[in-house]
Write a protein that binds this ligand. Sequence first.
Ligand code: MN
Length: 422
Amino acid sequence: MTTIDVTHDMNATSWVESAQGSDFPIQNLPWGVCSTNGIVVAIGDKAVVLRKAINSEKLQLADEVSNALLQDSLNEFMSLGHEIWTLVRHSLFTFLSGEPCPEVLCDIDSLTLVLPATIGDYTDFYAARNHATNVGKMFRPDGDPLMPNYLHLPVGYHGRASSVVVSGTDITRPHGQLKPDDSAPIFAPCKLLDYELEFGAFIGTGNAMGTRVTIDNAMEHIFGVVILNDWSARDIQKWEYQPLGPFNAKNFATTISPWVVTTDALAPFRTSGPPRLESDPEVLEYLKPVTDDVLDVQCTVTLSSATMRNDGIEALQLSKTTLANLTWSFAQMLTHHTSTGCPMNSGDLIGSGTISGGEDKDTRGCLLEITWRGTEPISMPDGTARRFLQDGDELTMHAWCESEVASRIGFGTCSGVILSAT
Ligand code: MN
């Protein structure tokens, strides 16, 4: 069980002076991987290179733990389990608040960050009711916007791990089969390219095939959380999605932020999800939440065109919302996912689904909702309009947690620039 401990002390500071007030104070300690130095932990504008810290004996860890941290991905460390993750968090906290030892650090700006883990499987859910309701209203204007199953189980689909990329990777506009209203299908570049503001949970410890993860300890299996952008080709999606759900509309790219913020760091920001309505059905016993397992993470989305960046015009904020809007928590998603005995492995990724707030347009998590299928275009500061993403557009997501009783911690950013179809 995650508890609040000394590593969450608001008054704790690090000898890395840039840590204080940054996205990565000593209370955060998010994990990443860089192409030349292997596993790193962010602190202010620096990163602890685990390889250097272990070799210099500044971190005293059991051999099994040290070996896992000398790898080029986090999978092995993730597989060691929550107790070990917490123990290493405490060791890093002690090290970074003790005697200065700058020789094990490097500048974050000098790092080429890569995917933090080898992602074997990726599943994307649809767990924010406001998003599902908005999409339902658009596509099924008559009748209940939510499908009959929506409030009984977290709906998801098996995504494509091979196209999950780290923030900063350019995204090429995909080709696909499109069906104009008045003609036969054509094969052409996607015209209705969109983003989806989501979060991703990395599975730390998995489950053997045939066994289930139960709701009361599902959070123990989750190593940490990243920002996730589920790039979506709406025109491809519209033509292909029935009857088996998303396929090529989603498989060309998914971007995640490079730093994994651990469930331990997020402990002060756990909350209960939005209240269910009196008319809502009761969830079945195996999905009943037993803890406050929804996370209150604030997030914003900004958009800039190539012209805006050339002219030094600040990016336009499209929306601001919170992960606390999630109707189904990551714990419930994982429990449902494994309820058949489906095995999960260390490094598997589950996406939350698009996070949208309530009625307000500026809390919606994708252009489909913000422009209401393109019928209400956005005015950009460079004088152009947006219904969907244009070539050269840069889409950036920021996320952070803040409260009166805990230090603010940040996730960094998740961004990508759209390149023209090739
Ligand atoms: Mn999605």
